[in-house]
Design a binder for this molecule. Structure first.
Ligand SMILES: C[S@@+](CC[C@H](N)C(=O)[O-])C[C@H]1O[C@@H](n2cnc3c(N)ncnc32)[C@H](O)[C@@H]1O
Length: 279
């Protein structure tokens, strides 16, 4: 592996902001916002509902929920990461009803039972130490007749852009960087998710496979934006220009089948689980 050289200020690849701000700026518009809209196509959220967004990140699902519940409803966004919540609060400053932001672990929700009509968790279950306990917690805080919606990316096999990016990061930056880029894509099947939710006590479970894509204006921007929004943003930005150029060239080479006049596109596939709690 080439030796990291000192950061090169001229390349524009420095961490220009923190990873949470980069996440909101670079990953929410092309990925998490459209997938949040798809999440709400699969679940009823009505005026007056009380909604909990578990592992809300910078809060895109909570913001979408607020426009559906109206001022008679309420929305809480919860995440373990303070940086994400700071950006969430700033981004939602003008949204009504105002969203309550809570810092806590999804496996130990700081709410009493049956407190919410809707519980959502978009692309986060795969990061919890104990996903089964987290789903039990979501079930506990859901009111009878309440709805739960969870989404989890399908495995890396269905995400060619990220297979290539993770392999290149591993080779040019290190094992940890490769692992980090693979971590959102667990090797779970839909049936594993059904079992998880049913084990938590909700029998009425439906799972769909949703297919979409993500587009970036160039391979360099794909690598740069994904890296800048990740927990390893600083480590990746700290390698020299030579290493980054090689990384981008390798990704370009391996992804040639997905490069067109508008940049680069990669398919993305997700399981979306909806579950109804009995009255
Ligand atoms: C890929 S982001 C998804 C964020 C958001 N749901 C969205 O759609 O943009 C994963 C989020 O899970 C959060 N997270 C990871 N482990 C957690 C835990 N144990 N409890 C609560 N949040 C957690 C992270 O801080 C991060 O914000």
């Amino acid at each position: 592996m080439p030796k990291p050289s000192p950061p090169d200020e001229s390349t524009g690849w420095q961490v220009e902001q923190n990873a949470s701000e980069a996440y909101e700026k670079y990953l929410v518009p092309p990925i998490f916002a459209p997938w949040a809209d798809r999440l709400f196509e699969t679940i009823d959220v009505n005026e007056g509902d009380r909604v909990l967004d578990v592992a809300c990140g910078t809060g895109i699902v909570a913001r979408r929920a607020a426009s559906r519940v109206g001022t008679g409803g309420s929305v809480v966004g919860l995440d373990i990461n303070e940086g994400m919540l700071v950006v969430a609060e700033k981004t939602a400053a003008d949204i009504q009803p105002s969203i309550e932001w809570r810092q806590a672990d999804a496996t130990d929700l700081p709410f009493s039972e049956k407190q919410f009509d809707v519980v959502c968790c978009q692309q986060s279950l795969q990061f919890f130490d104990d996903p089964a306990v987290a789903v039990e917690e979501m079930q506990r805080v859901l009111a009878p007749g309440g709805r739960m919606s969870l989404s989890v990316w399908r495995s890396l096999d269905y995400h060619p852009g990220y297979v290539v990016l993770a392999d290149a990061l591993e080779r040019h930056i290190g094992d940890e960087a490769g692992e980090m880029m693979r971590s959102p894509f667990p090797a779970w099947e839909g049936e594993d998710l059904r079992t998880l939710v049913q084990a938590a006590g909700i029998v009425d479970v439906s799972i769909t496979i949703e297919i979409g894509s993500v587009r970036y204006p160039s391979v360099e921007e794909f690598v740069r934006r994904e890296s800048a929004s990740s927990p390893l943003a600083e480590a990746i930005a700290a390698v020299g220009r030579e290493v980054r150029d090689e990384l981008v060239l390798e990704v370009e080479d391996s992804l040639h089948a997905y490069i067109d006049d508008e940049g680069v596109i990669s398919p993305m596939e997700s399981y979306v689980v909806t579950a109804d709690k009995n009255q």
